[in-house]
Design a protein around this ligand. Sequence first.
Ligand code: CUA
Length: 157
Amino acid sequence: MKIHAYEKLWLVAALLLIVGFIATITYGSVGLGIAMLDDSEETIEPKELNDDERFGEPRVEQVGENEYEAYVVAQTFIFQPDPIEVPANSEVTFYVTSRDVIHGFAVPGTNINAMVIPGEVSKMTVEFDEPDEYGIVCNEYCGDFHHTMEGQLNVVP
Ligand code: CUA
């Protein structure tokens, strides 16, 4: 059987298309897998926060040239550390947990807005370009002084 050169070309094109589809699907699921891993909640015992390597001493730590990690504890009715200070032109990953009840960790003017659940660690990565000052608010009702629960986030030059 003889296949015309023109038909051969179409066969190859169709095959490439199929390979492309499969690659897209495979790549897509790999991406999804990573996202799901990233979303999975890390657990932590609220009673043991004081002995925890990160949350025993809430702080901001430099982990790369322009990379920082902030370990933040929310509790009635404060955030620790306060203020949180990070340098401009940095990428900061926040790890936030609660010592007692459910709190919020929201920074109006940024896309930081997380629920902070005792026993779990909320993680979010944010880039800060310009020096600025932000307020941190708790947006989950957590008791009588919920409305006073505020913190400060300073992006310093
Ligand atoms: Cu903490 Cu509302």
